[in-house]
Design a protein around this ligand. Structure first.
Ligand SMILES: [Zn+2]
Length: 272
């Protein structure tokens, strides 16, 4: 069924095809086949295998590396909302003043607690955080908003509890990179658990609604180890000029795949 009103920005200018309804204003691509998953039960993410744990740890480490130049992590409490299997918490507990996760999946909460990480079985609550630590925090919401039918409403409940000089990190999958362009609806990130693939315009929706200052944003991929050779070769063939100019500007090529594939966007804000 077509979705006639954007569930992200409320625009009624939508373009439809068999699989999706695309908002012509904020370019959020709505998955017509998305369905509600009961994340607190057995559905959703599984406890990772050793191999997956290492990939996720690498991904979490890269994520924190992006953040580090922009904030003083030692003086912040890091809050990971929808912390899943807890790799961010594992790393953040050493780098920050305090690390706390919120999740609703009992299986994963038990998994985290058995590894010594602090996770609460609830939605984000500032009051709960302040039972452990006071002061400013960095709230991270990665790979969560696309699972939620009304992501702005979800964000509002969180942002309303933030204080001046807190930080907010958001990471969402996007349809503007070569992964979606080449694979379309066959892409791994297009499936019924994802209500959306976003556009970079999502950041403007957020700025319009909330009292936030934009610090930095950019494209990301999950982590280098997880990208197939096929995808790498495809990116090079698809736009060799971009690839060439990118290597000139970033001689070690560290972030090359992030720019070429653009599987996700990250957005970092400070609360005004
Ligand atoms: Zn929209």
């Amino acid at each position: 069924m077509n979705i006639d009103k954007c569930k992200v920005c409320a625009s009624k200018e939508m373009k439809h095809d068999y699989h999706s309804s695309l908002c012509m204003s904020c370019l959020s691509m709505h998955n017509k086949n998305a369905s509600d998953v009961k994340y607190h039960g057995d559905e959703g993410q599984n406890i990772p295998t050793q191999e997956k744990h290492h990939l996720r740890l690498e991904n979490a480490s890269n994520r924190l590396k992006i953040l580090e130049p922009f904030l003083d992590m030692k003086n912040l409490a890091i809050v990971d909302i929808g912390c899943g299997s807890g790799e961010i918490l594992e790393l953040a507990s050493e780098k920050s003043r305090y690390a706390l996760g919120f999740d609703i999946n009992e299986k994963l909460i038990k998994h985290n607690i058995s590894r010594g990480r602090k996770v609460l079985n609830s939605e984000f609550s500032r009051t709960s955080l302040e039972k452990f630590t006071s002061g400013n925090c960095l709230v991270m919401i990665s790979h969560v908003l696309e699972h939620i039918e009304f992501p702005v409403k979800f964000l509002r409940k969180i942002v309303n509890q933030l204080k001046k000089d807190d930080y907010l990190w958001i990471e969402v999958p996007c349809h503007e990179g070569s992964s979606f362009k080449s694979q379309g609806y066959n892409w791994d990130l297009w499936y019924e658990e994802h209500y959306y693939l976003f556009s970079l315009k999502f950041k403007d929706v957020i700025l319009k609604i909330f009292e936030l200052e934009e610090i930095v944003y950019g494209p990301r991929v999950f982590c280098a180890g997880s990208i197939s050779l096929k995808s790498k070769v495809f990116s090079l063939i698809k736009s060799p000029i971009n690839a060439f100019s990118f290597f000139l500007n970033h001689p070690n090529g560290t972030f090359f795949m992030d720019y070429m594939l653009k599987d996700y966007y990250y957005l970092l804000y400070r609360v005004k």
